[in-house]
Design a protein around this ligand. Structure first.
Ligand code: F0G
Length: 483
């Protein structure tokens, strides 16, 4: 990706790739969208994709693959054991992360499951820069306790601090001295911190966290699912890192981490996951669990075709043109929305553009899930599917009480190399319209609430008839603008 200054004076990101394969899209009329979201229990996860125009739910497994990735899939060796494909993928991981061992798994949460099984004992703490939904669920299911040691700017949606994913290193030091290493399962850093708006950590912060972990003999585990975005931000925002190549930055990161795991649905633009480590004992224990939960050691539940695509995808992640595409499109969207007065999380992060539902819908109480309501409202007026990242995405406490999320965000993910700028402009246009009509949006309540990870399958209903009124206002506006 590169920013080209147009003679008109405009400054917009221009893709350094072209489209070779495409998928036709549908934009169904608003009355059908209202029907569809009602049928989906006001949960965008439950919409059928044939009813969706632009799918900005997630970047997970939806990034566009390159021609080289698709070509590589054809040479996959599908032997159950000792596959050549595994050897190729392992070599790429060893080269990029400079870690000896590689354990394949079917996706990111499978890595979290295996690591939690081995590393977490009941009552132990897992300090982290912020939790992720599946990570926390696995740690808690093993009796562990997540402790967030976040940067003071992390939860400020209007901040301009470039590294909101940084961990509070002093707090980590204090916690480890107070509790002692026996009470700490591991320390976890998440690249491109998902739930606070795709915000990165700095290389300097990671190094400081690592030194504290070394001092107390506690392992440092890196969730590298969103590493590509984080690399871009280190390279472009961190003093002293501009001259480093992307490969050099990855090396520095892995030199200061004990275990790296990732969802290959995000990192490497394929579908799968993996754990890299230099720890021989951990590798042996992971290798024992792998055939029980995932598959044999040389595929771990992944399709060998995806493994070939992943090997190429990981190598392509070292290319600045590749890793800049998502963040530059996101920055365009965030800056344009901000210019038009819409509350968004700043600075622009990775993964997607995050609307701040707490400010967008300041009349909707948090117990009525403003971010979920905003997701439903945006689908109704645009056919765009986003994802709630707020209280709905939280789990109830053991006593049944409902914790309120720190932030209520509607995430509009921009899977890498998928959407065009005109599509991004369409979304901006509809979000701005919605912001001007925000008083028409009301809250939601649960009709069916699953116990675990309730945001995936939970069903909700609007409080009052606001969706009909919103659809009416939108249809009227459309009729007038077509006159
Ligand atoms: N860690 C992070 C930071 C993630 O963003 C995800 C997935 C996972 C772990 C789990 O990986 O899905 O392959 O099992 N994030 C997806 C999302 C679900 O939409 O943000 P997985």
């Amino acid at each position: 990706m590169t920013v080209i200054r147009f003679f008109s004076g405009e400054q917009i990101p221009v893709e350094m790739h072209k489209t070779k394969i495409l998928q036709k899209l549908n934009l169904i009329p608003i009355d059908k969208r209202l029907e569809a979201i009602t049928k989906a229990g006001y949960n965008t996860f439950l919409l059928s994709n044939s009813d969706v125009f632009l799918d900005m739910l997630t970047d997970s497994g939806t990034n566009a693959m390159s021609d080289r990735q698709l070509a590589a899939m054809m040479i996959a060796d599908d032997s159950y054991a000792g596959s050549e494909t595994f050897t190729r993928l392992k070599k790429v991981c060893q080269k990029i992360f400079d870690m000896e061992y590689f354990i394949p798994a079917h996706q990111g949460r499978a890595c979290e499951h295996l690591l939690a099984q081995i590393l977490v004992r009941p009552g132990q703490l897992v300090p982290m820069n912020y939790h992720f939904t599946t990570t926390k669920a696995h740690i808690v299911s093993m009796g562990g306790i997540v402790v967030e040691l976040i940067h003071e700017e992390a939860l400020n949606p209007e901040s301009s601090f470039p590294f909101k994913g940084n961990m509070d290193v002093d707090a980590l030091h204090e916690l480890l001295s107070d509790r002692g290493p026996e009470q700490i399962a591991f320390v976890r850093m998440e690249a491109g911190t998902n739930l606070i708006g795709g915000q990165p950590f700095s290389l300097a912060n990671l190094k400081n966290v690592y030194h504290v972990c070394r001092e107390f003999g506690v392992p440092l585990v890196l969730d590298a699912s969103l590493l590509a975005d984080n690399l871009y931000f280190i390279k472009t925002r961190e003093p002293g890192c501009k001259e480093l190549t992307v490969a050099e930055i990855v090396r520095e990161i892995s030199r200061h981490t004990d275990v790296i795991y990732f969802s290959a649905r995000k990192l490497g633009c394929a579908r799968g996951g993996g754990i890299c480590t230099t720890d021989q004992d951990l590798n042996a224990r992971l290798s024992e669990l792998l055939p029980l939960y995932e598959g044999f050691l040389t595929y771990g539940g992944m399709s060998v075709r995806e493994m070939e695509a992943l090997a190429v995808g990981l190598e392509e992640t070292l290319d600045e043109d590749m890793i800049s595409q998502g963040p530059m499109f996101i920055a365009y969207m965030v800056e344009e929305l901000e210019r038009q007065g819409v509350p968004v999380v700043t600075p622009a992060g990775g993964l997607g553009c995050h609307l701040d539902a707490m400010r967008f819908l300041d009349h909707v109480p948090q117990r009525q899930y403003p971010a979920g309501a905003l997701a439903a409202a945006l689908y109704i007026v645009s056919g765009v599917r986003g994802m709630e990242r707020g209280t709905l995405s939280e789990q109830r406490n053991l006593d049944g009480t409902e914790p309120l999320a720190n932030m209520e965000l509607l995430r509009l993910a921009l899977p890498r190399r998928v959407f065009t700028l005109s599509q991004v402009k369409y979304v901006i246009d509809r979000v701005v319209w919605l912001y001007h009509h925000r008083h028409l949006i009301g809250g939601l309540e649960f009709v069916e609430e699953p116990e675990t990870l309730r945001f995936f399958l939970g069903r909700l209903a609007p409080i009052g008839d606001w969706p009909d009124k919103l659809a009416e206002a939108y249809a009227q506006e459309l009729a007038v603008s077509h006159l």
